[in-house]
Design a protein around this ligand. Sequence first.
Ligand code: FAD
Length: 312
Amino acid sequence: MTDILVVLEVRDGRVRPASLEAVGAAAAAGGGRVTALATEKAEIDAAALGAAGADQVLVAGAEAHSADGAAATAARVARELGVGAVFLAATIRGRDLCGRIAALLETGFAADCTAVEAGDEGFVFTRPVFAGKALIRVRVTGPVAVASLRANHFSPAGREATAEVEEVAAEEGKAQVTAVAAVGGGRPDVAEASRVVSGGRGMGGAEAWTLLEAVADALPGAALGASRAVVDAGWRPHSEQVGQTGKTVSPELYIAAGISGAIQHLAGMSSSKVIVAINKDPEAPIFQHATYGIVGDVAEVLPALAEALRGA
Ligand SMILES: Cc1cc2nc3c(=O)[nH]c(=O)nc-3n(C[C@H](O)[C@H](O)[C@H](O)COP(=O)(O)OP(=O)(O)OC[C@H]3O[C@@H](n4cnc5c(N)ncnc54)[C@H](O)[C@@H]3O)c2cc1C
């Protein structure tokens, strides 16, 4: 039985869904007490966190996010509680904190994990490498196993319980986030969405995104994604970029329209459950990774797809 600390990510005062999944992973893997920690002020829904698998929620009162402050608070709380593991969601912020917390606890970390198993010698984490072509199993041999967990691979526990909520002191940070500018026009973050409609250079230009938006509008909860070629061309913001130098996504459904399937793009989306590729070149590498492939022009296929989805 291992007690686990889960460091929650807060955006606009609310706990992000990927953090609830990390809480669920902790409850399933540890068998011990699960403590969730918000390192900054947050609206805590004790019932939702309890249902996700947390026994206790600690809230540190920092006014805003500070990477070094949050890591120091998390490391201190991990030591005070004597936990055997610290889990975070593998979001951009979670990845940043993961290494910082491991360094403060003088231990190692497993990044971007897609599965966690409890073994006789501690946790064994599974993580994709080489653009998802291989999976490696990692064990942290240090005193505490720190790990970031990829969104959409774990589930909140779904139990009937309410977590106890308590306030704790926040460590001061040297650098603080002063403002966050929201982009994306009200759509979910591409890294957390269960459906992603992504476009590449084959879309032909920024104005063609109305075709992708029509498909996304017909799929509840869908986010828009893009290849790096598109972001470099200034057609879409970097926040939508999927891949090695963008975001990693693992949705139920990933639609790749006019994307060739370069290894750096695959690095960010190959663990998607169902991949639908639309490309006019039947030899495009993306088809080797697609669950379903449509050979055709995006200008013809996307409107037909949107119409079919609206009628479904
Ligand atoms: C260090 C490094 C990091 C990188 N990181 C990333 C990353 O994070 N994410 C990323 O995406 N890339 C990344 N890249 C770039 C990557 O190598 C590719 O250049 C990029 O993914 C190509 O984008 P694309 O598929 O949109 O464009 P292209 O490779 O140009 O492909 C366009 C595709 O559209 C098809 N097409 C053209 N017209 C149509 C049409 N009318 N209808 C249907 N299909 C059509 C073509 O057949 C082609 O397959 C990185 C590269 C490097 C070196």
